[in-house]
Design a protein around this ligand. Structure first.
Ligand code: ATP
Ligand code: MG
Length: 574
């Protein structure tokens, strides 16, 4: 491609609309443009990178027995009513009606459509297992579309669905996809981790997320230093041991704590550690009033709470509810005499006593509280967020926390959809059984953003060779100069025959201007061709990720370039 005939509308300034680096650089490098909130046009280099990502996804999916197809984006509401997600999916589902007033939605995911297909087409165990996938545009009316391609409303996803005769088969399909995903992210040249994850609204029993490691990631990953445990913070189990303790020797006693609301204020005032104060958090779970207790120096994990309560909807209680359940102003709730449907407590609260809690009375707390003696606890559960001070739940090793961007998610669904939509097959004995499913997503467009979050510097993008729209750029310093033009064309043609996806910067611009643009668009290798170099028989090569520059002799260009290219690939594990 010749830059003079190509379309890369780069920007010199940071666009004000962009908050995160990938969004800024995707706009500045001329890869995307916003049409409207959360909806982007992929410009030629953006689209080129997305196609490279898709190609790798396709290759690996095919290698691990995936079969590509394409389903419609528009889906009938009836199927969603059948699967019971028409209501449950909430406002992220973009709904509309056709001219006959029939309900439709734009697919945010395709479990309904594919289960409908399979229940019609597959009748016998002989036709299972099967794993079908597509690469397609999805629409989710995200409450906060932001960060460019990271959380769009319209975005590109690879979604795959596996169908098996039984749970063991579904586990094999799941494992196959886990391997395919590892291979995909390795081939993309990204630093990533597969982590245990919560299965969330899609449902099912078991899932892993694939996280691209980046300090700017929205997700936190808990990883063990010693074993291979890694989990999303939302999911990471906290192990807790202890011995039964004796009943608190002193009776619970009310003390005045005027205006003291926070754990630290109360702990300071009573001269006890924050870990001896119990935090009482109040929620509404599907209409029921719930209190969740954790130690004052711990954080409650709302996802764990939601799962334990088996709730569709969990929200923090409003002020009026809190005041009616506690009989006090906000800030003085406690488990003793609390008027709620259920109180659940974190596991470690059962191994100690003599707590400080709110007194359910304005400006008062209780001390010497013994939960077994003084309160009605409806169960002790793992309720808190893991920290770096906690031991690994598997091996007791050290936990450390890192940031990641979720780019893929695999679920073992079980029979959730086959049951709701009656997708069955006949087994060897002619008996009708439910098909066991899995589903597997990759955020193709989010990968592009995640790659940039992981690899950039103050001058622009640093693409991995697998994702770069152009692996190399030939910069002709003065293309109009006959000799420079001729050599630049030469190198450009040569690289093409070597299978390098190359861009020739033949624009009539100053060298400084070109260098800035080339750094910005992030090609891994730059080859600079100028009159002075030619006189000395050399070209200059610059490695984007390290900033290293080499002078390579023109007459040994092929070998030298091949060796530099190999090193660059190796840097990205390719
Ligand atoms: P998130 O928690 O980020 O909202 P999700 O759990 O809703 O993600 P899935 O339903 O598992 O996501 O979708 C599969 C993949 O699609 C995700 O791993 C992610 O990479 C991508 N994805 C999901 N939502 C978006 C979005 N709004 N914009 C871009 N990519 C997305
Ligand atoms: Mg989501």
């Amino acid at each position: 491609m010749r830059w003079s005939r190509y379309f890369i509308p780069t920007l010199k300034e940071d666009p004000s609309e962009a908050e995160v680096i990938s969004h800024k650089l995707l706009l500045r490098a001329g890869m995307i443009r916003k049409l409207t909130s959360g909806i982007y046009t992929y410009l030629p280099t953006g689209w080129k990178s997305l196609q490279k990502i898709s190609t790798i996804v396709r290759q690996e999916m095919n290698r691990f027995n995936g079969i590509e197809m394409l389903m419609p984006a528009v889906q009938p509401g009836d199927l969603w009513i059948e699967s019971q997600r028409w209501e449950a999916y909430g406002r992220e589902l973009l709904r509309f009606q056709d001219r006959h007033n029939r309900d439709y939605c734009i697919g945010p995911t395709h479990e309904e459509v594919i289960t409908d297909l399979i229940r019609r087409e597959i009748k016998s165990y002989r036709h299972l297992p099967v794993n079908l996938y597509q690469i397609q545009t999805k629409f989710r009316d995200e409450i906060r579309p932001r960060f460019g391609l990271m959380r769009g409303r319209e975005f590109i996803m690879k979604d795959a669905y596996s169908f098996d005769v039984d749970d063991a088969g579904a586990s094999r399909s799941y494992e196959e996809m886990r391997k395919a995903y590892i291979s995909i992210f390795e081939k993309l040249g990204l630093k990533f981790r597969a982590v245990e994850a919560d299965s969330g609204a899609i449902g099912g029993s078991f899932s892993h997320e694939f996280m691209v490691l980046a300090d700017t990631g929205e997700d936190t990953i808990a990883t063990c230093n010693d074993c291979d445990f890694a989990a999303n913070l939302e999911k990471a189990e906290v192990k807790c041991h202890g011995d039964d303790c004796a009943e608190c020797a002193l009776p619970a006693e009310k003390i005045a704590t005027p205006g003291l609301h926070t754990v630290d204020e109360v702990a300071d005032f009573l001269k006890v550690p924050a870990g001896k104060v119990i935090k009482t958090m109040l929620y509404k779970a599907d209409g029921r009033s719930i209190a969740a207790l954790v130690r004052g120096d711990r954080e409650l994990n709302e996802i764990k709470l939601k799962n334990i309560l088996n709730a569709q909807n969990l929200e923090m209680a409003r002020q009026a509810d809190i005041e009616s359940w506690t009989g006090a102003r906000v800030g003085f709730a406690g488990p003793v005499g609390l008027n709620v449907d259920r109180i659940v407590a974190d596991l470690e609260l059962q191994f100690d006593t003599d707590w400080v809690t709110g007194a359910n009375e304005t400006d008062a707390h209780l001390k010497h509280v013994d939960l077994r003696r003084d309160a009605q606890i409806g169960g002790y559960f793992d309720l808190r967020i893991i920290t770096e001070k906690d031991p690994c739940p598997r091996c007791e090793g050290n936990i450390y926390l890192t940031k990641g961007i979720e780019v893929g998610h695999i679920f073992k669904l079980g029979t959730k959809y086959s049951q709701a939509m009656k997708a069955t097959y006949l087994d060897e004995g002619g008996k009708e059984k439910l098909i066991v499913m899995g589903c597997y997503g990759i955020g193709v467009s989010r990968i592009l953003a995640a790659c940039i979050e992981q690899n950039h510097d103050q001058n622009g993008i640093i693409f991995t060779p697998a994702i770069a729209p152009f692996e190399a750029v030939v910069i002709a310093l003065n293309y109009k100069d006959e000799q420079v033009g001729k050599e630049a064309d030469n190198v450009y043609e040569k690289l093409k025959t070597m299978g390098v996806d190359v861009l020739l910067d033949d624009r009539d611009e100053r060298p400084g201007f070109k260098f800035k643009d080339v750094d910005l668009i992030g090609s891994p290798i730059q080859i600079v061709i100028g009159g002075k170099g030619i006189k000395n028989g050399i070209f200059e090569v610059k490695i984007r990720h390290s900033g290293q520059r080499f002078e390579i002799p023109m007459d040994n260009f092929d070998d030298e370039f091949a060796s530099i290219r190999k090193d660059v690939h190796a840097h990205f594990g390719l």
